[in-house]
Design a protein around this ligand. Structure first.
Ligand code: BGN
Length: 374
């Protein structure tokens, strides 16, 4: 006849087998079940007065086993089993409060975004992103704006469960600013690094105010900054394509990218809008409720004077779009830095007279205008 002690042994063995089966059936619930088991076990110990029996195994009373906690690694999603993120991110909350507190530092932005890696890249840690978006930001002398944009854009994109990268395309030298050409540089340099499926061309001074304005591409080129505070949260005119727009690589190449010959303020975004329809596409837009942006107020820009040639250039877009654009862009890449919050690409885009090292020739200061975007 089995003794009282061996009865207990059988009972424990049975419980052990049960535990293993339970663990195999549900790996995710494994830890919970193990602790539940040990709780029961401890109770039994207390009841039977058998302190120090097998129940102590795995507890940290006697020091940590060299393999302790390794079971948790099994719980981490493996690359092959990683599921796609849901079609609609559960992290979305709608309107976002935007303000510009003074004294914000890049180090603070970094600390707030611990999952962003070198070059300003991010992937959702718990699911496989459905979209890979590159954000291209043309830039010169707007460090303060860039700081605010990064502060908002990183968490905004993370809420959308995107895999993303942020590229700042910095125009070297003092010659007149060329926003559209910088976008062409951004397109080429970003696509060289990764097979992005969507590119967001983003002015540095525009902050999105609703996280349902998803930074993904549509079937047609998308104009995202449809409702800016500066224009009373309405489109300023029907064909407006400025501020923030989104194109897939296919869209971009179909319209031969953006023009390279708009120096200074104005017209290049209208040219891009015209290219969209010349290439047989149309403009898609989010709703006015969602495509809202706050513009960071700023003083007039030096080196981005109103371009007096914009009217004549625009009148010729139909004849020039296939000759001038992505297929003709020339520039000199001066540096590529993988900074903690973004990839910084510094480029010499030359001047109206062609590509040559940036000069320090001062530009005329007349008729500069306040505008979103650079
Ligand atoms: C338009 C500008 C755009 C600018 C918007 C909003 C021109 C071309 C002449 C018709 N277009 O007037 O570039 O983004 O205003 O400010 O100036």
């Amino acid at each position: 006849m089995p003794s009282f002690n061996s009865k207990w042994r059988y009972l424990f063995m049975l419980l052990g087998v049960q535990l293993i089966v339970m663990a195999l059936l549900s790996r995710e619930a494994y830890q919970k079940r193990v602790s539940y088991f040990f709780k029961i076990f401890r109770k039994l110990d207390v009841l039977s007065g058998a302190a120090g029996s097998g129940a102590g195994h795995g507890s940290n009373h006697t020091g940590v086993d060299v393999y302790a906690n390794l079971s948790q690694l099994v719980l981490l999603p493996k690359k092959e089993d990683m599921h796609y993120c849901p079609k609609r991110s559960p992290l979305l909350s709608g309107p976002i409060h935007v303000s510009f507190p003074s004294g914000l530092t890049l180090a603070q932005v970094e600390r707030k975004n611990p999952l962003v890696v070198r070059g300003g890249r991010y992937r959702p840690p718990d699911c496989e992103a459905r979209h890979r978006t590159a954000v291209i930001i043309p830039h010169r002398n707007r460090e303060q704006h860039l700081k605010y944009l990064l502060y908002y854009l990183h968490p905004f994109l993370q809420r959308q469960q995107l895999s993303y990268g942020i590229y700042v395309i910095h125009q070297a030298g003092n010659y007149t600013f060329n926003r559209a050409k910088l976008m062409n540089v951004g397109f080429r340099e970003a696509m060289r690094e990764e097979d992005w499926d969507c590119l967001f061309f983003h002015d540095v001074d525009l902050i999105p105010e609703d996280d349902r304005n998803t930074y993904t591409c549509d079937r047609n080129p998308k104009h995202a900054a449809i409702a800016m505070d500066k224009f009373g949260y309405k489109l300023p005119y029907k064909a407006y394509f400025g501020g923030v727009s989104a194109l897939s690589p296919l869209h971009y190449l179909k319209m031969n990218g953006f023009p390279n010959n708009y120096w200074g303020w104005g017209g290049e975004d209208d040219d891009i809008g015209i290219r969209v329809s010349l290439a047989g596409m149309s403009i898609s837009r989010p709703s006015l409720r969602v495509g809202r942006y706050k513009m960071i107020k700023h003083k007039l820009d030096e080196g981005n004077e109103v371009n007096p040639k914009r009217f004549s250039l625009l009148a010729k877009t139909q004849q020039t779009w296939k000759l001038d654009g992505m297929n003709s862009v020339v520039y000199e890449l001066l540096s590529r830095e993988y900074l903690p919050l973004y990839t910084n690409i510094t480029v010499n885009v030359g001047t109206l007279d062609g590509l040559r090292p940036p000069t320090s020739k001062p530009q005329p200061k007349d008729s500069a205008e306040n505008r979103p975007g650079h």
